[in-house]
Write a protein of this length. Structure first.
Length: 104
């Protein structure tokens, strides 16, 4: 019975941290704007400061693949900012992505 409780606690902790979208120190500024966007079932929180974005996938997805999430994140960034992602600047993993944007 004890192992069931500890498994449940670990699972609950994982679920709570999945939806976290607190920005890194570089994006904790009054100059940072935050928008939400959903692309093909993936929900993102896009934190923008000047020509940089930091993006957090806040939706739960079983075994998301990095290339799929990065492609969806790029679309979400462009929808939320109205700017193009600079080619080759998008990087990250299934949870956090960063990119430079061009709004010219």
């Amino acid at each position: 019975m004890k192992s069931i409780r500890s498994c449940a606690a670990i699972l609950a902790t994982g679920l709570f941290t999945t939806a976290c979208d607190s920005p890194s120190p570089q994006f904790m500024s009054a100059d940072t704007s935050v928008r939400k966007a959903t692309v093909e079932g993936s929900t993102f929180s896009i934190h923008r400061r000047e020509n940089w974005v930091e993006v957090y996938r806040t939706s739960f997805e079983a075994l998301p693949r990095i290339p799929v999430i990065l492609a969806r994140a790029e679309i979400a960034i462009e929808q939320a900012t109205g700017c193009k992602v600079v080619e080759g600047s998008l990087s990250g993993d299934q949870t956090i992505q960063r990119a430079e944007i061009d709004c010219s």
